[in-house]
Design a protein around this ligand. Sequence first.
Ligand code: ASP
Length: 273
Amino acid sequence: MGERGASALDIVTETVAVLEAHPAFDAGRGAVLDRDGRPQLDAGIMDGPTLAWGAVANVRTVAHPVRLARALAEGDGQARLMVGEGAERYAAELGLPYVEEERLVVARERDRWEHLRAADGFHTSAAFSGEAPRGTVGCVALDADGRLAAATSTGGAPYTRPGRVGDSPIVGAGFWADGTAAVSATGWGEAIATVQLCSRAADRVAHGQAPEDAAGSALEAMRTRVRWPGATAATGGVIALDVQGRGGWAFSTPRMARGGWTPGGGTWVALDA
Ligand code: ASP
């Protein structure tokens, strides 16, 4: 919940922007690399009261994809999801910070790429069931005026085909906010998009489930319904917040780092399973 009048949209934008800048996470600098060894960044953001959203996919020169997504959420509504070169051009027109593609690449991800390139028959879904740390980032917030917002940012899944887009910039899939709940997701994008994981969890909150139960049952629906040959089980993670300020999360991946802040309750983080 915002302190001193910060809006929920500001909170999720600024929180995600900090995480994009940090090389520990698979978002912005530190992103995983595609089969060509290049980063492809995706992000999405949504304002609960207005249902206005914006998203970008496959950008490589935008330092903070979440800020471009935010600009689209607050724009004239004629483009909500922009991809690739057109999105990069628009970011430049808006004067958003440019980043050299090489600056996004860190040694950890270069090594992972070398390893996956040498491995035989890697399936994208396997990235979400192994022990290797992953790091799509997301934030949900409720402000003092009762407004909810959600944002998600990612470098996508490792070693994907260039041009592949996951769930993170897909409204309802990788992010969602309305008058009742704000939700952000991580995990196997192809599965998440199929079950529209975030709007599914939000619907459950709207029907009376606590955020934690909604997150868990939406993930369970994904696991049981998405069973594709050659893929591992459909796993993911969800953070959710309702309009009363009750937060919850669930994950079926081996682990999911998470944290929160409440007025009077301070800040907490958890990195364990
Ligand atoms: N959901 C993201 C994708 O599939 C990846 C992740 O959450 O780590 O693009």
